[in-house]
Design a protein around this ligand. Sequence first.
Ligand SMILES: Nc1nc2c(c(=O)[nH]1)N[C@H]1C(S)=C(S)[C@@H](COP(=O)(O)OP(=O)(O)OC[C@H]3O[C@@H](n4cnc5c(=O)[nH]c(N)nc54)[C@H](O)[C@@H]3O)O[C@H]1N2
Ligand SMILES: Nc1nc2c(c(=O)[nH]1)N[C@H]1C(S)=C(S)[C@@H](COP(=O)(O)OP(=O)(O)OC[C@H]3O[C@@H](n4cnc5c(=O)[nH]c(N)nc54)[C@H](O)[C@@H]3O)O[C@H]1N2
Ligand code: SF4
Ligand SMILES: [Mo]
Length: 908
Amino acid sequence: MKTVTRSTCCYCGVGCGVLIEAEHGRITGIAGDPDHPANFGRLCTKGRTLPLTVADHAGRALRPELRLTRDAVREPADWTVALDHVAARFADIIERDGPDAVAFYISGQLLTEDYYVFNKLAKGLIRTNNIDTNSRLCMSSAVSAYKKALGADGPPTCYEDLELAQTVLFAGSNMPYAHPVLFRRLEEAKARDPSIKWIVVDPRRTDLAALADLHLAITPGTDVALFNGMLHHMIWEGSIDPAYIAAHTSGFNELKSLVRGYTPSMAAEICGIAESDLLVAAQWFAASPAALSLYCMGLNQSSHGTDKNLALINLHLATGQIGKPGAGPFSLTGQPNAMGGREVGGMATMLAAHRDIANAEHRAQVEALWGVNGLSARPGLPAVDMFDALAEGKIKAVWIACTNPVHSMPDIERVRRALRTAEFVVVQEAFEQTDTVPYADVLLPAASWGEKSGTVTNSERRISRVRAAVEPPGEARADWWIVNEVARRLEARLSARQSEEAPNTHNDAGLFPFESPQAVFDEHRSLTIGRDLDIGALSYDVLERDGPQQWPFPAGRERGAARRYVDGTFATADGRARFHAPSYLPVAESVDARYPFRLLTGRLRDQWHGMSRTGRAGVLFNHAPQATLSMRREDAARRGLKEGELVTIASRRGRLVLPLETSDDLAPGTVFAAMHWSGQFLASGGINETTIGAVDPDSKQPELKHAAVRIEPAKLPWRLTAAKRGDVLALRAAVQPLLAERRYASIRVEADELIVVTAADIDADAAWTERLHDALGLARGDDLLEYRDPRRGRTQRIAWDAHFVDGFLLTGDTSPAAALIEQIRGETPWEGPRHAIVLLGGDTPQQRVRAPRDRVICNCKQVKQSQIEQAVAKGAALDELKSTLGCGTVCGSCVPEIKRLLTATTPA
Ligand SMILES: Nc1nc2c(c(=O)[nH]1)N[C@H]1C(S)=C(S)[C@@H](COP(=O)(O)OP(=O)(O)OC[C@H]3O[C@@H](n4cnc5c(=O)[nH]c(N)nc54)[C@H](O)[C@@H]3O)O[C@H]1N2
Ligand SMILES: Nc1nc2c(c(=O)[nH]1)N[C@H]1C(S)=C(S)[C@@H](COP(=O)(O)OP(=O)(O)OC[C@H]3O[C@@H](n4cnc5c(=O)[nH]c(N)nc54)[C@H](O)[C@@H]3O)O[C@H]1N2
Ligand code: SF4
Ligand SMILES: [Mo]
């Protein structure tokens, strides 16, 4: 029987409502929920392809596994054995070395209920504050700035403001890629009213920047100087709002004396932009009836992330652009439930419901609510410090859930060292193939999207239900359940000791009486009462009846509040917002003669983080098929580097090899790499081999965006290209263990049933080549045509399936690869003599690494760049492209890029 289940997309913080279709226990389809106020039925490429990522259970973590010693291989275990083991190891370590010898590293992708139980386990039962999350890499600068400036965490704005804003300042956000469905709302607003101004602050010329009315391509890391300079001009021109400042804020005079020094010309010089552009930005912002800023990782992931946020919030407070429709500082949340994690206080510096660990009154409140005594006042270690403490042996055990730190943390060699040193590592994961799983002593298989239920909070503080459409595969279990089970076991072991030290007051059911996510939610709600995020009137029943709701939503209200601080009363003790006076400070690591390039990192349109899910859908590779390093064309030319050439990217911490891609969108001296690729696709662990663990002093968020690097030719004369048609997940799993043995190796997913492996090294390694040959299954059919020239180190093997090429492996001269790949992809049988196929159009040297392919711009309708360019050359405009080619008519994710092709290709 076919079922339709209302739930929420598991990717970004937009929090789109989805309708999941399922049949016979399998998810078969998805549609946007037309009634969900975040998306009104829309979905982006990632959301639309979710069913493809769950179609197959191959590669899922399906049963608990454990090993008793480090050298052993993990063996499958029963849940009871695994849960008992985790509880026993944690209890032993806590008893031997104290509660701070254990740590939890969790995730903004957990549901609020999962998060709540983890937090209660760490802080309420174990009494350690060593619980931090990947939100430290993501939202923590936004959190610290909101708290410092407005008195409480969380954006004051709502999605409707996107439609009401007259000036939109995008700062360090690539919204068409990262928050696509919200971007659709902005596009529509601007199409209705072209007088709306878009200002983009981004060192790169992104698709968004290309669409902007004003692009401020600042020198990376200089945002504070920009915002201070804009404020200088506003004060000088009298475009601030003195009445608002006087009535609702404090600290303006200190700020004013600081920004006196930030003359627009000086600020523009620091930022590397034209002074006139800075002035225009200031005027558009201050004079606007409603100015909205949308900001994300370009501000947060910085060693001065809190200051960048504060300097931007200053602009809103000084001009009164806050607390009214269409205006305000709107921090876009990255992960689907980073907000929920903040609400339950699931970080090393927070307590439940926006309370602080450092605050004795807050601790007492939580003790009373939980019925415990002796909550720890010792601050917990934030992410980067937590892994360092593991490496130093100060923390002995870590439990990692729903995040992949061996890929996503800065300077990953430090993380690997930490996990190798740790005495006990638990990894709670939905998928088997991630870079962190190999370090697990215990692997706990988690249920995932479509299989679990609870709630998430999106960027506009809106709480939505997540519902299960099918049963989890194998023995996978919901995250909250797993934690709850270990917590109950640990409680039994620890309570004897604790009752001597600080007896608890809770009743006999213990701290973990939860039998369902709903029970967890109800307890979470009770902790919010009287706090800024009060959801006293909210329950699963209300969510069922009235749909998703925003907080605050205290008892007695009909619905949650769309905007906060509308009456100018802020969440500070005196109700006034606080100006802060941040000085511009340069990035943590300056470029120099040895490391002359500034490395920027960020996201691709169709991939999600470490790709454990998006990497399962072949179609999501169309837009960007493989990991590359982008460099400005002139910079590359000056160094004699060519498109497609392999380059080494080295920093003071680590190195990796990637093919070069040249670009006109980067400023001189900057390079860019996407964050997504990991050891699942590369010989290295990805770009975080090189990034820096320097953190913001306030938020402890690391500077993932600004390392200093050196780029040089990789000089790896031995080349291999191989391809095989077949089950991509199985082929990837077979090939992945071989990647790390070569100086460069990369898996590229060419199509739903085709992978390509490229490798390069100093010398040939015949044994490795044979293992790759076997892993690809090239030997399986008897129909293998082989040619070897050992003298010249050349091998050519072509596997045939009747008249079709099924796979190949070339070493030495790999130039026939591109034509062979086309042959595999194509539908025409090979008519000529078999040996002649390798003579097919040899490609040019730069295509040896990058296959010559036409990028698919529109994933929904599979429309390629060349088709769009040809139509544009004949004079087609956007509407005609849509009607003839169909591109941009389904999810719309490609429209910004199409518009860009239009301006680039339209004959003048
Ligand atoms: N497709 C896709 N969407 C996602 C995600 C994903 O993995 N894939 N992840 C989600 C998550 S968790 C997050 S946090 C968000 C991130 O969303 P965004 O922050 O929008 O994305 P990024 O590409 O990380 O970075 C945004 C921009 O910051 C710019 N930047 C770099 N340095 C600076 C600087 O010093 N100043 C300024 N002003 N800009 C700078 C970069 O050039 C980049 O274009 O995306 C969410 N949405
Ligand atoms: N260089 C660089 N590095 C970055 C960034 C950057 O811009 N540049 N961005 C940073 C940011 S903003 C973020 S948010 C992080 C993200 O980094 P990570 O948190 O490492 O990202 P994911 O790959 O999404 O990891 C989530 C993991 O949880 C697993 N999973 C999925 N569903 C479930 C579930 O229901 N339960 C459990 N237990 N597991 C599940 C997935 O398979 C996946 O392995 O990366 C950070 N790292
Ligand atoms: S914008 Fe895309 S990825 Fe984000 S929640 Fe919506 S459908 Fe999911
Ligand atoms: Mo993030």
